[in-house]
Design a protein around this ligand. Structure first.
Ligand code: OAD
Length: 200
């Protein structure tokens, strides 16, 4: 697809950080002490065992601290592509619209106020309406949405694809293809820099 002269926005998921060394949620390495993210990233899990949930985030922060933005993330940044991300790792830099928050920030727990918890959106919680509005506007006003490294199973992020005039899905897994959208099978670093006219 010729992207020259097109207004681009990227919607990214855990797959774009995989080549930086951050494990995806639903791929290998997604489990921690045998638990799935869906069993840890919830208000109920935090109410039941805050130490366990905080330990998981501590472990994830330790992993992410060693990671650097990769060629795909840098290509988006160099080309000035606006990014809407589900990732909480901060690897897209401060200008990204972070739908699910950021693991490096904390806030007091809304239920008890006793604990500092990560400033991220847990399953069962609503997205910040202002953040969702910015994301909706960005996606709705682009010519092509690049959908990179997401399994597309978590709403409302996955539904943003439907707001785009045109979307191009980039993923090594054909199961991530979206009906009605273009699809390139490959990894983020293998595809995105070349697509944007940069060396990989
Ligand atoms: P997932 O772990 O569900 O999906 C990761 C996707 O990345 C899969 O489709 C993989 O095929 C793809 N992938 C793997 N390696 C890749 C690579 N090198 N390049 C490109 N793609 C690659 O992660 P998300 O879709 O981001 O939510 O998950 C969405 C949300 O569910 C997350 O934000 C998080 C999670 O649980 C919350 O924490 C609220």
């Amino acid at each position: 697809m010729d992207l020259s002269g097109k207004r681009l926005v990227a919607l990214t998921g855990a797959g774009i950080s995989a080549e930086s060394g951050v494990p995806t949620f639903r791929g290998p390495g997604g489990l921690w002490r045998g638990r799935r993210p869906e069993d840890l990233a919830t208000p109920e899990a935090f109410a039941r065992d805050p130490r366990l949930v905080l330990d998981w985030y501590e472990w994830r922060r330790g992993l992410i601290a060693k990671c650097r933005p990769n060629a795909a993330q840098e290509a988006l940044s160099k080309r000035g592509v606006a990014v809407v991300t589900q990732n909480v790792d901060g690897l897209h830099g401060p200008d990204a619209i972070e739908l699910h928050g950021n693991i490096w920030r904390t806030k007091p727990c809304g239920c008890c106020g006793r604990y500092q918890r990560p400033d991220v959106v847990w399953f069962g919680e609503s997205l910040d309406p202002a953040v969702l509005r910015r994301a909706t506007e960005a996606v709705g006003s682009c010519d092509v949405l690049l959908v990179i490294g997401t399994s597309g199973v978590v709403q409302p992020a996955a539904g943003l694809v439907r707001l785009a005039r045109r979307a191009l899905v980039i993923n090594p897994d054909p199961a991530a293809a979206v009906p009605g959208c273009d699809f390139i099978r490959g990894t983020a670093c293998g595809v995105v820099p070349r697509l944007l006219g940069l060396p990989g």
